[in-house]
Write a protein that binds this ligand. Structure first.
Ligand code: GCW
Length: 641
């Protein structure tokens, strides 16, 4: 099948006006190397006049450091590259950006469009990566992009590398402008075809890497732990077997022959059916360290995911608690991982829910490099049909952990708006900004995105987006209990959809109450995985925050929350107000047609219709379910079906 010509692609946060302050200005770009050339191209594209060093200029961009060895080194290998920082000063009408290296120069350039203040600017985290869950082949269940809500893959189409990779280049530019410096190009569930990206299909990885390289974004690959067996080369994938170790060293060396600045591997092992070291009675550290050794000569890293749990649990077994699994598996291994291993941990102990406590693993491995994993793709948060601006949730997590890297599952695809819902671009933009500076106010980040993307619509977009995550939470699963989504695709309500399945995601609602008892005193003991004071805070119903109550406790419907209302009344109230808020959002948006292009207006309008339909469906199913279970009527006599 031939590729269709692309419809007009939305410029997202890099409209042609982004650098209008540079137009007709004299600009000196001092330095060498490909990234410095990219900055020169940017200056020309912005209408600036390139001027020789020493000549009078309005803007001087100086790249320090070397032109960039392909394998920059650092204490933890080269995740990210050093040289990302820069400083800005202004004197006598000239702005000077002095960078630590070429990547810092590019960062400084993009920061100018944001009107960056004078002073020093360094990223908080050296590795700021987007993980794509893209499949090369169309997967029979998961499609082109697993949990993808923005069309097909930017990289592959119908089993082959796209002929035209110009969108990849534009994507790289957008990512660089937001602060991202790495991208994993394929799904962590590595199927047959994708296993070969490491071997005979690595030219495709190289072609993609060439586009990203222009903007200083390094490419990583998800690998199949059993590749040596799967590809028919060896009878075992045991990480302590010398033949296996030699196999990975060779495959890795070939990868670096092809892509000298290749970033490293991402591994989902012994999780949801993916192969891993447990098959050979080896630990996650054995597996990760083997790959780390193959990557170390090249200054690259392996990210090893901590998302490991029993997905074949018996719902009758109340002793097994999925929330405990990552900590049980990984914390005993603290201090045994090599320096170029990063253990990548989902922000919560379950699975990217709208509300979860922070994963205790992120607080418990002081001798291990950790990455926190966020989900920009809105699997459980409205699938890019609902407006749900996630950074208020992310920033709370980022402020309470010390990690070396931030990874987010990308929400971008070949959709003309990049993210399906045009407003979901804000989540993508914010990943890079928060990885650069986790202390940024998430609403200020949103404001930046609006300023660049929809400057005319500032007021209406703040009204629609600022509290959209809390709104989504109100009309979906209550008080941190999670899930209640339709099994499989995870869109829309199904309160008992997962209740009697092997997935370990239960709410335990009965006629008297609801919630999961994860206390030390009477429950699964999960609260013991937290350090103090969190451990005691969550252990007691009296101190557990309302929004997490049902994550930690099984309580009667009549339990009174800190807010003063009962659990059942809270469920009714939030579901009525949540859906009503969506109706208000839709109404507000409908009055704003003149602030958007017809294409943007039409797309957002249609999606708000669906969001309202879905919010009302959630409201009615949840309210009816709990009314039937509890028999307790709404104190305010609203309609429950
Ligand atoms: O939430 C689950 C998703 C899977 C995903 C898995 C993971 C890529 O439903 O689609 O697989 O998490 O994070 O590995």
């Amino acid at each position: 099948m031939t590729e269709q010509p692309s419809p007009e692609i939305h410029p997202a946060w890099l409209p042609s006006t982004a650098f209008r302050a540079i137009a007709s200005r004299r600009v000196v770009v001092d330095g060498d190397g490909p990234l410095v050339d990219t900055v020169r191209d940017e200056v020309i594209r912005a209408g600036g006049i390139l001027t020789a060093p020493g000549e009078p200029a309005d803007l001087v961009l100086v790249s320090g450091g070397s032109s960039g060895s392909p394998h920059p080194s650092g204490p933890f290998g080269s995740f990210g590259s050093s040289g990302d920082g820069f400083s800005v000063s202004r004197r006598d009408g000239t702005t000077v950006v002095r960078a630590d290296g070429p990547s810092g120069l590019l960062n400084g350039w993009f920061a100018l469009a944001r009107d960056v203040p004078p002073g020093r600017h360094d990223p908080a985290l050296p590795l700021r990566v987007l993980d794509h869950w893209d499949n090369v082949d169309l997967h029979p269940v998961m499609g082109r992009v697993e949990r993808g809500y923005a069309g097909g893959s930017l990289f592959w189409h119908d089993g082959a590398l796209r002929e035209d990779l110009s969108r990849v280049r534009d994507y790289a530019r957008l990512l660089a402008a937001s602060g991202i410096n790495a991208v994993t190009i394929n799904n962590v569930n590595v199927h047959a075809t994708e296993t070969r990206l490491l071997t005979d299909r690595r030219d495709e990885v190289a072609a993609i890497a060439a586009e990203f390289r222009r903007y200083g974004v390094r490419v990583h690959l998800s690998i199949n732990f059993a590749a040596p067996v799967f590809l028919g080369d060896l009878p075992t994938a045991d990480p302590l077997d010398d033949r296996v170790r030699a196999w990975w060293s060779r495959a890795t060396a070939r990868m670096f022959d092809t892509i000298p600045d290749f970033g490293g591997y991402l591994v989902k092992a012994d999780s949801e059916g993916q192969p891993g070291p447990h098959t050979y009675h080896r630990t996650h550290a054995d597996g990760a360290n083997m790959l780390a050794e193959a990557l170390a000569p090249f200054g690259a890293v392996v990210r090893w995911r901590a998302f490991v749990y029993d997905h074949r649990q018996d719902w009758r077994d109340r002793g097994t608690d999925r929330a405990r699994a990552a900590h049980d598996h990984f914390v005993p291994l603290d201090g045994t991982f090599h320096d170029n291993v990063i253990v990548q941990v989902k922000y919560g102990p379950m699975d990217f829910q709208t509300r979860e406590p922070i994963s205790p693993v992120l607080l418990a491995m002081p001798r291990t490099n950790l990455a926190v994993e966020l989900q920009a793709t809105q699997e459980y948060t409205g699938q890019q049909k609902h407006i749900c601006y996630l950074p208020p949730m992310w920033s709370a997590v980022l402020r309470s952990v010390r990690v070396r890297a931030l990874a987010a599952v990308s929400n971008a695809g070949d959709d003309p708006f990049w993210t399906g819902h045009p407003l979901a671009q804000a989540n993508l933009y914010a990943v890079g900004r928060l990885a650069w500076d986790p202390t940024l106010d998430p609403i200020a980040v949103l404001d930046e995105w609006i300023t660049w993307t929809f400057p005319e619509a500032r007021d209406v977009l703040h009204e629609l987006m600022d509290d959209s995550w809390q709104t989504y939470e109100r009309y979906t699963a209550p008080l941190g209990v999670g899930f209640m989504v339709r099994p499989g695709h995870h869109y829309g309500p199904d309160v008992d959809g997962y209740e009697y399945t092997p997935w370990g995601t239960y709410h335990f609602a009965d006629r008297d109450g609801i919630g999961v008892d994860r206390t030390r005193a009477t429950g699964t003991g999960f609260t013991a995985q937290y350090p103090q004071p969190l451990s005691d805070l969550y252990e007691s119903r009296d101190t557990c925050p309302d929004e997490l109550l049902l994550f930690f406790h099984h309580v009667p419907y009549t339990h009174v929350l800190h807010s003063g209302v009962t659990v059942i009344q809270h469920i009714y109230d939030t579901h009525f107000t949540g859906a009503a808020r969506v109706a208000e959002m839709r109404h507000r948006f409908q009055k704003s047609a003149d602030l958007f292009t017809p294409a943007v207006y039409a797309r957002i309008s249609a999606l708000l219709d669906e969001q309202l339909r879905s919010a009302e469906e959630w409201r009615d199913q949840i309210n009816t379910y709990f009314f039937r279970k509890s028999g307790i009527p709404d104190a305010r006599h609203r309609r429950i079906h």
